[in-house]
Design a protein around this ligand. Structure first.
Ligand code: ZN
Length: 188
């Protein structure tokens, strides 16, 4: 692990945490276009609202197990019995408002999918299918404001601008590696 510590990364990366390092180096900011992965990332960012991403990342495999691998169709059909079982599951975030919002957002996600052909098409159209750059210091932007507003208008919950900004960075629409980070140099 020592050689990894010598590599300059975004300052928010906890270099004592191997899972966090590999997430930063191999996933964060790399463009995602598959709808199932776009839904998973959105759902996890929603659960992360008000908490640390690191906390959610360490629960990601438990979330995948509890939420049918983030199968959006299955989640959109969760009933009260399933909600009760999720609320008893101490490996995930047991927040009733977020769990019911996740189910509701899955239903809205499917509606957007059917209107746009794919959620990917909907999400990337805001930037004409291109990634845009951020200095890595912002927590919201005009783009995250606009998309947050649109998703709320369509009925999604827990999709404030800070959550959407983090989401757009995670799935590569916004490239937010800091100037000193080796991943930033790779992107230029
Ligand atoms: Zn970085």
């Amino acid at each position: 692990m020592f050689y990894k510590e010598a590599i300059p990364r975004c300052q928010w990366v906890d270099i004592r945490d191997a899972l966090y390092i590999s997430y930063h180096d191999q996933e964060w900011g790399i463009p995602v276009h598959q709808d199932n992965r776009l839904f998973e990332a959105l759902a996890l960012e929603m659960f992360a609202a008000g908490l640390s991403w690191k906390h959610i990342l360490h629960k990601r495999s438990a979330f995948r197990e509890a939420f049918d691998n983030f199968d959006v169709i299955k989640i959109s059909q969760y009933d009260d019995k399933k909600i009760i079982s999720l609320l008893k599951n101490n490996t995930i975030i047991r927040h009733k408002g977020k769990i019911t919002a996740c189910i509701h957002n899955a239903q809205v996600f499917l509606k957007i999918q059917s209107e746009w052909g794919s959620f990917n098409h909907y999400l990337w159209h805001w930037t004409n299918d291109k990634s845009i750059f951020s200095d890595g210091l912002e927590t919201t932007s005009l783009l995250s404001d606009i998309i947050s507003h649109d998703l709320k208008k369509q009925g999604m919950k827990f999709v404030g601008s800070i959550t959407i900004f983090a989401y757009l960075c995670a799935i590569g629409i916004i490239q937010a590696h800091q100037d000193t980070c080796f991943m930033k140099r790779k992107q230029i």
